[in-house]
Design a protein around this ligand. Sequence first.
Ligand code: MV4
Length: 468
Amino acid sequence: MFKKILIANRGEIALRIIRACREMGIKTVAVHSTADSDAMYVKMADESVCIGPALSSESYLNKSAIISAAVVTNADAVHPGYGFLSENAEFAEMLEAHGIEFIGPTPEHIRKMGDKVEAKRTAIEYGIPVVPGSDGALDTLNDAIKVAKQIEYPVIIKAASGGGGRGMKIAFNEEELKAQYPIAKAEAKSAFGDERVYMEKYLVNPKHIEIQILGDTHGNVVTLGERDCSCQRKNQKLIEEAPATILTKKESKDIQDIVRNAMQKMGYRGAGTIEFLFENGRFYFMEMNTRLQVEHPVTEQVYGIDLVREQIRVAQGEKLGYTQDDIIPNGHAIECRINAEDPETFIPFPGTVKYYHAPGGLGVRVDSGLYTGYKIPSCYDSMIAKLIVFAPDRKQAIIRMKNALSEFVIDGVKTSIPLDQKILSQEEFVKGTYPIHWLEDFIKSEKLKKEVDEVKDSNSKDVKHSKK
Ligand code: MV4
């Protein structure tokens, strides 16, 4: 059993992991950069080690500094959180070599899923439905043209080492493909040092639905339903919910059965998420994330299961605390990500929090390291809080979220709260059928409206002036 866990992360997720450890009677070590000395998670941990300067590459991505910190503090295990080193197979191997447990899947599984061509091949091998496309990487432009003719336009070219939406090119006809193919390859090479690209049929108007899984080292795998993460902008999710109300009970059960079988055959250990595009009643595998995700709380609320606790349990060789029959969804949960950024331009807005007041009440959860006087550093992700609400149904969850957002006070910096509030009042959002491009379209239409209003405004002023 672990006595002490080092958390190789920062911010709200470090705090989240510390809270789970405390409940389990496990001591915690926080690591931090010089920019995070005053962070809440550093104060909350039992011990802390400064691992380097503000720049992530020299601190939170510095494998040897983190492993040294684990060795000197005598930690049994490292929890990587999300981002940073959470999907770094080499880091997991280095820890293993030092006799320190990595709280996550095996390095082999991380590597397999990190290569998107290999991940797709694995999905096919284990019976997970995929988007029609090239058989592995494309060899030449002619190869690309041939595949596109087969699967029909529009097509999308993706980088084998990409993921999360980076390095994708869309072509609606052969002419566009001829232009995009070399660009896609060049960009893949410069961004990832790997020029391999593959092709899929481009789905024009899908939803993003993902399945949460948990596996242990005894061959047990459970699925914890799905999340709808279609409310996103530039591949940054903004609002996530569980369950996905557009799915029928059967659609939800069938895809979970497929995923559970696949992961069982694979012998997957730890928490993982299989991302799908969902269009016209069909699921298409996109990629697998071999880590805990930002939006994991909505699943926790609906299933009443602590995912971090389960991650820790399976990492220390215990059996999952639940069988599939114990995993019963209840009600509806919504998460709003709150970023320190201008809600209209999306430009990051770091600064000092002059006054902080978090919402509360029945079914309200705030995962955040903010406090009055805290100085938000400019060198990291702009997400500063996650507001999660839980209610008996989606309609009540939306009301609860609106109330909670209006109670939330974060003075001194601009935040995405006003945008979150606007979204929750949109008919499209309330219906729940919004596809992945909806938010971007909505933001564009709001901008247009604003411009029109400004023109009207200046016109009416002109009228007043002319009267004088
Ligand atoms: C696609 C797609 C349409 N068709 N693949 C973006 C993130 C990366 N994981 C894969 N992505 C997409 N793959 C096919 N065949 C559209 C996207 C996509 C997207 C997917 C989910 C959430 C937001 C998105 C935003 C833009 C594009």
